[in-house]
Design a protein around this ligand. Sequence first.
Ligand SMILES: CC(C)(COP(=O)(O)OP(=O)(O)OC[C@H]1O[C@@H](n2cnc3c(N)ncnc32)[C@H](O)[C@@H]1O)[C@@H](O)C(=O)NCCC(=O)NCCS
Ligand SMILES: Nc1ncnc2c1ncn2[C@@H]1O[C@H](COP(=O)(O)OP(=O)(O)OP(=O)(O)O)[C@@H](O)[C@H]1O
Length: 197
Amino acid sequence: MSPSKIVITGTIASGKSTLCKLLEEMGYKVISADEVNRALLEPGSKNFEAIKNSGEFDEAFNNESFDKKALAQIIFSDSQKLKKLNQLTHRNILDEIENQIAKLDESVVFIEIPLFFQMEEKFVANEVWLVVANYETQLQRLMTRDNIDRAYAKSKIESQDQLLTMKENSNVVFDNSTSIENLRKELEIVLKQKDLL
Ligand SMILES: CC(C)(COP(=O)(O)OP(=O)(O)OC[C@H]1O[C@@H](n2cnc3c(N)ncnc32)[C@H](O)[C@@H]1O)[C@@H](O)C(=O)NCCC(=O)NCCS
Ligand SMILES: Nc1ncnc2c1ncn2[C@@H]1O[C@H](COP(=O)(O)OP(=O)(O)OP(=O)(O)O)[C@@H](O)[C@H]1O
């Protein structure tokens, strides 16, 4: 039987990966859309080829080498380019996730999809769990983790969707504005409620 699919989503630097790490430590299977995309961005792989062949992101390619930071700079300052990149990559990411799920022998699988709500291509899930943190906390964590300034961190956060709509469409909302220990406690409560522990 195919596993129950629980999507973990949330805005940038809200703590999705941190929550997924806690789940992995507890023994659950987690698939990350960012990791799947990273593999698909290797030279010769589907998303690398799609982006290169589109001719729309030539500034990110220098001879054969590919600069992800340059690509990120382009898409976070140009909404048309962002849309184009999404059209080139999202179907491939979701197809690869489904391929990986089909090979699993698990009752439940967690899939971290940062852009779950924004994607035009839809992923069908049994539940959606959202991770949020208050704006200032999110901004500070993003600046520290990625070593970027406040203005760029803000533009990354603001290129994403409305939080309220995301909350309304999620089965569970985790508040990760305080400690990781508190996040772990919230997670244990939810897993018990859902009979997953
Ligand atoms: C722009 C790229 C090259 C930057 O790569 P990098 O390794 O530096 O970052 P990484 O992939 O780990 O993404 C980090 C975070 O940036 C945000 N982000 C990435 N892509 C996008 C996007 N298209 N729109 C909005 N936010 C995005 C997400 O919150 C994501 O979790 C890469 O993110 C990319 O190819 N993005 C397009 C594919 C995509 O949409 N990926 C997200 C899968 S849900
Ligand atoms: N409760 C917490 N207390 C302190 N630091 C935290 C907490 N949760 C996450 N962090 C830190 O904040 C940063 C962002 O967290 P994380 O990488 O889990 O977010 P994310 O939502 O997966 O980000 P992205 O959207 O970029 O993939 C990381 O450096 C992480 O170590």
